[in-house]
Design a protein around this ligand. Structure first.
Ligand code: 47U
Length: 331
């Protein structure tokens, strides 16, 4: 079997996140979920949430699904690196993504979500695509949609073809040759503790020399930006007039009028260049002339993160075979 579904940016100005339609239960309830290779819980806004925490999101109501079953005595609670989080109880039900159905998928129903989720009306929940070792359901941890589907897939892979300010695609079970050019460069994945962790072969700022120093980081479809070591980030912003690492804004900012260099990262011998226009994320507050950078320091984060800003300039294969690998191709 295979599946294919759209990855739609939730904001017209800048790509904060991408959502994909997912149908849950019988009759089908369709929610717009954020596919997140950096976590491993499938959780949704639900009928168990106080209405004060719902602001425009669609909800999943298990009691309206004839195929929903309570996973008795189980709960979940997740906190993301940016401090956001949610918690609740657990049902199993049918989950379909782009024509690919998993029966008895654990659906983690939110009973509480943090304010940043309440404030994001376009995200109705997340589909974790990390390794199932990261799943937070207790007392028995649950499998991700990908792990549940894997055995039935033509090939144990999913691919991400994210795009700048336009809809891309998540494919499951096959590699679509029409979505990339040239060869796919595969590199090893360290899935301990459960991220798609790989080593980038280095970076370059603008037209500068390529610095061939390995950078270990996670491929994270659920994070907007890129978080890298301070040495990389200072080398980049040294080329940006007026750039500063702002404590008040929580990262590197610069005048929106500044000229930005491109940023190139390596995967093996392959090179991927993020154009200057993508490297300015957004005005720090609407209408401000101060802009927040797409490249930020991983100092406070603990791990290096290749988020959507990096993924959107490539076609990425998440190979869940044995051993797992990750493949990057131009497009
Ligand atoms: C680890 C980390 N530190 N900081 C500052 C950020 C932004 C992260 C990554 C992160 O939190 N990603 C995320 C958030 C919500 C849902 C899914 N993924």
């Amino acid at each position: 079997s295979t599946g294919s579904a759209a990855a739609v940016p939730i904001n017209a100005e800048f790509d904060i996140a991408y959502v994909t339609p997912v149908t849950l239960g019988t009759p089908p309830q369709t929610l717009q979920l954020d596919f997140d290779s950096g976590s491993s819980d499938l959780w949704v806004f639900s009928s168990h949430l106080p209405t004060s925490q719902i602001r425009g999101q669609e909800i999943y109501a298990p009691n309206k699904s004839s195929t929903a079953k309570l996973l008795d005595g189980h709960s979940w609670s997740i906190t993301y690196g940016d401090g956001s989080g949610s918690r609740g109880n657990v049902y199993t039900d049918n989950v379909t993504v782009g024509g690919l159905m998993v029966e008895r998928q654990a659906i983690e129903c939110a009973q509480q979500v943090s304010s940043s989720f309440t404030s994001e009306a376009h995200i109705d929940g997340l589909v974790g695509l990390g390794f199932s070792t990261l799943n937070t359901v207790s007392p028995k941890s649950q499998l991700t949609f990908f792990d549940n589907a894997k055995g039935a897939l033509d090939s144990p892979v999913f691919t991400a073809d994210l795009k700048h300010k336009q809809a891309g695609t998540y494919d499951f079970g096959f590699i679509d040759k029409a979505k990339y050019t040239g060869e796919i460069t595969y590199v090893p994945v360290n899935n301990d503790p459960g991220y798609w962790t790989f080593s980038s072969s280095g970076y370059a700022v603008g037209s500068g020399n390529f610095s061939a120093s390995p950078i270990s980081g996670i491929a994270d479809t659920g994070t907007s930006l890129i978080y890298l070591p301070t040495a990389v980030v200072t080398a980049y912003y040294r080329q940006v007039q007026g750039a500063t690492n702002s404590r008040s804004y929580g990262g590197y900012v610069f005048p929106c009028s500044a000229t930005l260099p491109s940023f190139t990262f390596g995967v093996g011998e392959a090179r991927f260049t993020i154009p200057p226009a993508y490297m300015s994320y957004a005005a720090v507050t609407p209408g401000s002339s101060t802009c927040f950078g797409g490249l930020q320091s991983s100092n406070g984060v603990g791990i290096n993160i290749w988020g959507d800003l990096a993924l959107k300039v490539a076609f990425v294969v998440f190979n869940g075979g044995t051993p797992p690998t990750i493949g990057w191709a131009a497009k």
